[in-house]
Design a protein around this ligand. Structure first.
Ligand SMILES: NC(=O)c1ccc[n+]([C@@H]2O[C@H](COP(=O)([O-])OP(=O)(O)OC[C@H]3O[C@@H](n4cnc5c(N)ncnc54)[C@H](OP(=O)(O)O)[C@@H]3O)[C@@H](O)[C@H]2O)c1
Length: 172
């Protein structure tokens, strides 16, 4: 069994919203810093729409893996896969080759849903708001995970809402 962890990283509102009109529904500067620090150097797997939402493609310093059902889809400087098991296998192999302990699924909705049953760890930013969205984080069996870390950040001029970053590890 591999000791490399498959991790999901997400920021979700109380109503589960994660995105609106192809963008994030908030401005949370400190959560973006958390995302960058947590995923640094590790492979990241994302859906085609999340890829297209990136202000900078690819996410720098990380192997970018994009899922599209279109095998001809061109994502410059990223690897494109047409199935989530193939993308997860590629992410794990790239993490192993780079001696990284984790690789990440970074959204959106369907990609999270496909990866959740295999996730070893979830980094969930719980944003203290209910907000309109058109992409949502799927419901999951919270009893299968234990919180191993938690950090609260207050709203301020850089963070539109307060939020709590939780680490949830799958119970053995
Ligand atoms: N808050 C957060 O943490 C967070 C994180 C990520 C994204 N977001 C937000 O979420 C939104 C984007 O997410 P989304 O759910 O709309 O789209 P998405 O998951 O990023 O992309 C959906 C696309 O992925 C491909 N895909 C999905 N399932 C697949 C499968 N099983 N096999 C192969 N390809 C598959 C398809 O691409 P094709 O159509 O090309 O076939 C599909 O149209 C944006 O608003 C973004 O800002 C938020």
């Amino acid at each position: 069994m591999s000791s490399i962890k498959l991790c999901l990283i997400v920021a979700r509102a109380r109503n589960g919203a994660i995105g609106k009109d192809g963008d994030l529904p908030w401005r949370l500067s400190d959560d973006l810093i958390h995302f960058k620090q947590t995923t640094r150097g590790c492979p990241v797997i994302m859906g085609r729409k999340t890829w297209e939402s990136l202000p900078v493609q690819p996410l720098p310093g990380r192997d970018n893996i994009v899922l599209s059902r279109d095998g001809q889809y061109a994502a410059p400087q990223a690897r494109v896969y047409t199935s989530s098991p193939a993308a997860i296998a590629a992410g794990r192999a790239l993490a192993a080759a780079a001696s990284k302990p984790e690789f990440f699924v970074v959204g959106g909705e369907a990609i999270y849903a496909a990866a959740l049953p295999f996730a070893d760890r979830l980094y969930v930013t719980e944003v203290d708001t209910e907000i309109e969205g058109d992409a949502f984080f799927p419901d999951f069996d919270t009893a299968a995970f234990a919180e191993t870390d938690s950090r609260h950040v207050e709203a301020n001029e850089k963070n539109q809402f307060s939020f709590t970053i939780r680490t949830l590890d799958r119970l053995a």
